[in-house]
Design a protein around this ligand. Sequence first.
Ligand code: NOJ
Length: 586
Amino acid sequence: MSAPADLAGAGDEWWRSAVVYQVYPRSFADSDGDGIGDLNGITGHLDHLAGLGIDVIWLSPVYPSPQDDNGYDISDYRDIEPTFGTLADFDRLLTGVHERGMKLVMDLVVNHTSDEHPWFVESRSSGDNPKRDWYWWRPPRDGGVAGRSGGEPTNWESFFSGPAWEYDDQTGEYYLHLFTRKQPDLNWENPQVRRAVYDVMTWWLDRGVDGFRMDVINMISKDLRAGALPDGIARDGRVLGDGAPHYTDGPRVHEFMAEMHREVFAPRGSTYLRVAETPGVTTDHAVLYTDPERGEVDMVFQFEHVNIDHGVTKWDVAPLDLVALKASMDRWQRALATTGWNSLYWDNHDQPRVVSRFGDDGRFRVESAKLLATVLHLHRGTPYVYQGEELAMANVGYTSIDQLRDVESLNFFAHAVAEGADPEQVMAGIRAMGRDNARTPMQWDASQHAGFTTGSPWIEANPDHVEVNAAAQVDDPASVYHHYRRLIALRHDDPVVVHGDFTMLAPEHPALYAFTRTLEGVTLLVVANFSRAELALDHADLPDLADAPLVLGNYDSEVEPGTALRPWEARVLRSASSGSAVPSAS
Ligand code: NOJ
């Protein structure tokens, strides 16, 4: 198969050396005092992002939405949520982004709509409405009683607790919602649905956006090969089962993605950024999604490394097993080494804060945040920074369900407690894993509500903002913010960071994360100490460090080559044998 004409030059697309910054608009900056972030708030802070050196902003959804899932439930794909602003505000934001040499990528949420989207309102209105088949409507299962537990067409559990089917007594059928009941799944089997989605995408590209982050896009093809949607396996005698094998990377998903490419991107002259969010994706499918010759998308968000500390569910938190984390990262680096591309992330709006999760947010907050950034950004792939990650924003330490706003945490708490779980135990899971940890207001300064709003914030700011905030860090060259800035500059300046081969070293070491990147005789060596104890650099796997100059480190003080790593210390060294100059990272 030869590369589609528009993909000529695959290998040096702009997004390979880019760093993406995710903005969660609700929590970024509130310009009008209503307590909710908005587009003008983002426009007012673009210099913070430009100063960091990032190339792309990914905007979480800003479309009209009942906000059941904070905008991931869209009721109009061609407008802006009024609490966030207007299309004119959006155009101003886009101009401001482009004027600063950055790009803007929209969130595309088309596995499902809001139940308040006119498509669904029509679809639900009668069994023979022309849009009926735009969603997944099914009668009760054989022998099941409509509207009663067990009557659902399949036993699938929704991601947000409870069955994935909602009974609608207007027509006596159920509709499928993998997420909340206000997020009905679109039926991608219907070509009219696909056409409507492609039209929406084209509309935004015509407006000037630079690509899309595609929400749970590997769930759009449900498995109909058995004729009907199959039940999932239920563990421990539970009634609800796991439907994921029947809608993850389903039978027609690659066909749909190829069609999307053909219909939306191929006719256009530019190279866009297309990143697919793909929970549960395998490396084999990831290669298919990201193979430039197939043209489906440019990179995927895989989840293996952020599931590493989960037990049976995400709420059963296990301590970080560094050996397992390295094995996972290494597996993905190798799987996409010759074909495809990785995206690299620790944080996003669905994950707890990485400095609390894999780092040490107490005494070594600064060092461990810089270490985590160093390790991630030196892998091969496109790094993503989630708002506040560049400040080492941390988890909140939630103690009461009243502090939370996220539908996932609220539903989980209600269901688990109703089933008899100990509320304290349930809160422990939410404290560690709850998505609201990532959704507290961006910490701009030490003032009330962290400078996020002059009003009353929709969710409380983390009290630690008095110390951890942008104002303090932008003026401090030793801050986490400036460390991110240096890492981003290093990627822009040094082709080894972008294109170099990746080799994991000392994979079995419980505290040392070490790897090399090599390109045309140049080697970068990254060594990082994931612990509070000093760590001697005498592991047999490590190359001789005696003469290797330091490119970047996370401690202020000078370091003697080859000396033991201090607590949470990370060093990036350039192999002396290369003879190349150390790139400027300041
Ligand atoms: C993934 C998004 O990142 C998450 O925030 C959302 O709840 C689900 N998809 C449903 O859209």
